[in-house]
Design a protein around this ligand. Structure first.
Ligand code: HEC
Length: 102
């Protein structure tokens, strides 16, 4: 590889890593908006639904059903409307990736 290409390549790799880190930070901000009710990282107090370690597909489906109104809710139909389907999928992946117990 020519030196200039090598420099460009390194720059692109570094940029990729920065973008990936920014995405992780972004999903943490979204997940933090759920913490009041579902606990930090999805470890809810008794009486609230825990989200940590749940099946990703199940979480996505429930949230899409809240959003469309198919699944009745007292709060979640409002909350889910604040996110795109892609954002809900990323949030579900984040909670699904947490171990079941803190
Ligand atoms: C103000 C409190 C509150 C906040 C904030 C909140 N939720 Fe909920 N969540 C609830 C309640 C209450 C339910 C039970 C359904 C209902 O009545 O809306 C619920 C249910 C759920 C369920 C279904 C759980 C199950 O297994 O049946 C999921 C998934 C969920 N919430 C995800 C989220 C996510 C993701 C966020 C953040 C983007 C969030 N919630 C923010 C109160 C909240």
């Amino acid at each position: 590889m020519k030196p200039l290409n090598r420099i460009l390549m390194g720059g692109l790799l570094a940029l990729g890593a920065t973008v990936a880190q920014a995405q992780v930070a972004q999903v943490k901000v979204w997940a933090a908006a759920c913490a009041n009710c579902h606990g930090t990282n999805g470890y809810a107090e008794p009486g609230n639904e825990p989200l940590a370690g749940k099946d990703k597909a199940e979480l996505v489906q429930k949230m899409l059903d809240f959003k469309s109104g198919r699944k009745p809710a007292t709060l979640m139909h409002q909350i889910t409307k604040g996110y795109t389907d892609e954002q809900l999928t990323e949030i579900a992946a984040y909670f699904a990736a947490q171990p079941k117990k803190p």
